[in-house]
Design a protein around this ligand. Structure first.
Ligand code: ADP
Ligand code: ASP
Ligand code: MG
Length: 404
């Protein structure tokens, strides 16, 4: 049985008219005698609305109930898609994660799929039906509803493609594919024909919302090719695949950015073994995500300055934790918010010398000050002022010929 997985994102199912359009797309596959499994997100804005409601109920909303609440949007969109397919004379029904079941493990809000039972869906496909499966949600071994982190419908689609050995996994979204940078911000961003899992993973982890990072990890582990394309117009999209399938590389494949980063600097930290661990342990225990970390070596070997970045929303929590931490001693704490991390990504940089220099030079020509730097084999990230992001990305597009 040749199975195709089609995933539709929030904007693609964002209105009644769009859902009608989605049903038409599904119908095109049905007409070609494909066995289709559809995965849907909630209508755009719905998940955020639920999150806001939970915050109004309590600033300490129980995470198991949070998952029940925020996964509810997917149930609505799946029923609407099935309803429309039925209207067109196509046999279809919605499948909530627990009805399959899609089994997850790990904490609420960020569970991971560990098993998908195949029988019921396979029988339904054999009977000629089109299953419409709720993305983003699962059920754990305690029989409770879970969710897969924001953007988690991508993970649902990839894992369904894995368990059903699908020939194709197509992610339908509101842009024509993966671009060199967010096409909604950067007018000159170009669509990428093919991108490796490694690059896509960096791009999405570093801010490109178009694919959820976890889903790319899953796709890479299971060697699942992903087509990202628009649900609005029928055009070739982007193929996310293994490196071997990509013949030519530019030096840089794309530029990602984050918003709302904050830089914390601890000045005059007593320099002794274990000090970094005592700073970061309470932060990690309290779910503060620490990103870039830089430690300066002190000239006298007694004191050092330590800089790290967090998200703006964690400033108060972090400040409190640092101030009440009796295990560390420092002279002063500096907090600078509203920064952004801009990253260039590309496997091509492994074999091309001078990329770092070119990046810094391009930014300095635009008088953009770099506050923190971090690098890995296929990416270079810099922390800059948030209001300079667009300028920086445009300069980097020019420097690395991404506009062409
Ligand atoms: P969906 O609801 O379909 O899952 P998302 O909103 O999660 O869609 O992701 C699509 C959005 O990702 C686009 O609208 C675009 O603004 C944003 N985006 C950010 N970086 C990129 C990029 N490099 N290429 C394409 N889209 C990007
Ligand atoms: N609806 C969920 C979210 O907004 C999942 C998804 O869109 O993939 O995060
Ligand atoms: Mg998404």
């Amino acid at each position: 049985m040749e199975i195709v997985v089609l995933k539709f994102g929030g904007t693609s199912v964002g209105s009644i008219n769009r859902i009608k359009k989605v049903a038409k797309i599904i119908n095109q596959y049905v007409k070609r005698k494909k066995k289709v499994i559809v995965v849907s997100s909630a209508m755009s804005g719905v998940t955020n609305e639920f999150i806001n409601k939970s915050k109004k109920i309590s600033n300490n909303f129980e995470s198991s109930e949070y998952d029940v609440l925020v996964s509810a949007g997917e149930q609505i969109s799946c029923a609407l898609i099935s309803g429309r397919l039925n209207h067109l004379g196509i046999k279809s029904r919605s499948w909530l994660s627990w009805q399959i079941p899609i089994v997850t493990e790990g904490n609420y809000k960020k569970s991971r799929i560990i098993n998908i039972h195949r029988n019921r869906i396979l029988n339904y496909l054999k009977s000629g039906g089109v299953p419409i499966v709720t993305g983003f949600q699962g059920i754990n071994l305690e029989n409770r509803i879970t969710t897969l982190e924001r953007g988690g419908s991508d993970s649902s689609a990839i894992m369904i493609a894995k368990y059903f050995k699908a020939k194709k996994c197509i992610i339908y979204t509101d842009v024509e594919g993966v671009y060199t940078s967010d096409p909604h911000l950067i007018r000159k961003a170009k669509k990428i024909d093919k991108i490796s899992y490694e690059e896509m993973l960096e791009m999405s982890s570093l801010g490109a919302k178009v694919m959820q990072p976890v889903s790319i990890q899953d796709a890479r582990l299971n060697r699942i090719d992903i087509d990202v394309k628009s649900s609005f117009i029928n055009k070739k999209g982007t193929l996310i695949t293994k490196k071997k399938n990509i013949i030519t590389y530019k030096t840089i494949t794309g530029v990602s950015f984050t918003k709302n980063d904050t830089k914390i600097t601890l000045l005059g930290v007593v320099d002794k073994p274990g000090v970094a661990a005592s700073i970061f342990e309470p932060l990690s225990k309290n779910s503060v995500n620490v990103d870039m970390v830089v430690q300066n070596i002190s000239s006298d070997g007694k004191e050092t300055d330590l800089t790290f970045t967090i998200k703006n929303e964690d400033i108060l929590k972090t400040e409190k934790l640092l101030k009440k931490n009796s295990k560390i001693k420092y002279k002063n704490i500096l907090i600078k918010k509203n920064l952004s991390k801009v990253s260039i990504i590309g496997v091509g940089m492994i074999t091309t010398p001078g990329v770092t220099y070119r990046m810094f030079k391009a930014l300095s020509k635009k008088k953009i000050n770099i506050q923190v730097i971090s690098t890995s084999e296929i990416k270079i990230s810099v922390l800059i002022n948030k209001n300079l992001v667009k300028k920086a990305i445009n300069a980097l597009h020019k420097e690395f010929n991404l506009e062409k």
